[in-house]
Design a protein around this ligand. Sequence first.
Ligand SMILES: Nc1ccn([C@@H]2O[C@H](COP(=O)(O)O)[C@@H](O)[C@H]2O)c(=O)n1
Length: 317
Amino acid sequence: MQIYFTPWIYTPMRSTLTILHQLSKTEIPELTKSTVLMRERSRVEKTIRAMQHTGAGGLQVISDFDMTLTRFAHNGRRVPTTHSKLLLVHLCGDVSLSMKELLNTYYPIEIDPHRTAEEKLPLMVEWWTQVHELLIEQRIRKDLLAQAVRESRAMLRDGYKVFFDHLEEQQVPLLIFSAGVGDVLEEVIQQNRVFHPNIRIISNYMDFDQAGVLRAFKGQLIHSFNKREGAMSHVAALRELQARPNVLLLGDSLGDLTVADGVAEHQNVLTIGFLNDQVEDRRESYVNAFDVVLVKDETMDVPNAVLRYITSSRGDK
Ligand SMILES: Nc1ccn([C@@H]2O[C@H](COP(=O)(O)O)[C@@H](O)[C@H]2O)c(=O)n1
């Protein structure tokens, strides 16, 4: 049997794909790393090109914090999250044990690919509520936070400085939307000297009494699966972001994907997901949900390369 290609269909399609994949090959070679997975490379490249056309002036970046801007592991050990860094404030064995028990119970549920977000939601509320109650019982002192962060193994991902500094230089707003603890998160960014004025943070903030002792958490609780609602409730404060039609969204959980919906309507959204843990079980759901998936990549290399390209157009600021 002979196969004939219809030239007017075949040739243009091939050349279009060649042009599109050129972006990965030549302009953003980081996208060809073996740790980078994409469901539809052509769509990713088309979105990045469209975002580059508008440039820095039309861009906003929305990012999760724990295990997205921070490393997941270092030298084979888990890097502490903002909640677990608080353990260092009070070295009470019992509390530390209870928090670890809660983590061992609920973290596997949080990342379980066989449960729906609806199933996980009440359990996440249970986890966060119990941890916050434990922390309040400990009468955590505000003046000890900086020291706790300094003594912790808190670590932003390799390449974090390029990421934060570049966004600031290009005047691109960075919204950090975290279900962690806002006060601790701010301290981590500050101690790394990248807390620039273009950063806005939505997170769980601690409420201290006049003596500087923790007495409650402020506002509506944010956990990993109610970020959309959380974003919507802050929409007035985020009005400045509405004028920016293009969104680069970074996260490590499927719940992070809903933040952009809550903030505003967008023209182009590119989502990058860090797949840190349980890779085999979760690969498929991550590839289906995020545009770009970074497997066990502890660096900001790919987001930095994409940002460098998007902000490389002239006359957009
Ligand atoms: N007691 C807790 C509660 C939550 N976590 C983890 O922190 C993450 C939340 O912060 P994001 O910046 O990622 O929104 C969440 O994914 C939990 O796994 C924890 O370690 N301890």
